[in-house]
Design a protein around this ligand. Sequence first.
Ligand SMILES: [Zn+2]
Length: 179
Amino acid sequence: MPRPWVVRNSPRHGKGVYATAVIKAGTKIIEYTGELISEAEGERRYPTAPDGHEEPEHTYLLTLDEHRVIDANVGGNAARFINHSCEPNCEPIAYGDHMWIVAVRDIKPGEELAYDYAIELDEPHTPSRKKRFPCRCGARRCRGSILKPKYQPLHPLVRAAIRRYGPEAEARRAAGARR
Ligand SMILES: [Zn+2]
């Protein structure tokens, strides 16, 4: 199957990735590639801006697990252009050392792919820090910030997708198929 997406300019922010065909829920759409580094190395490469300063644009870092991040500035592919939305249609899910962008619901051709960045800073998410990470996703229930909300769990679609399509579910299906 040819890749069901294309990169083009997005009204949300810079470039975006758009579906060109129906993408079914649970599809591993594209791997988020880049250099696998420690969280500390990521912080060293791209320090958080001090208060009162804008965050630098275009630092493509994605958290893989508790200790590691993927730096898509080094060896990154089109996945790094996927924008944030507070009402996402996909979600990065880690399968071992590989991060895949997985559809959390059926996606129609022409829709922009977007996942919830849910960025967690080391410092508390104060109103001024939230302003440094604004969200312009346009969703009806937009949080106004791409930072992770403290008391609100992930979007229900995302939670369900992780359960249904994540690495444990995949392993269960593989075990079932072998029987
Ligand atoms: Zn938003």
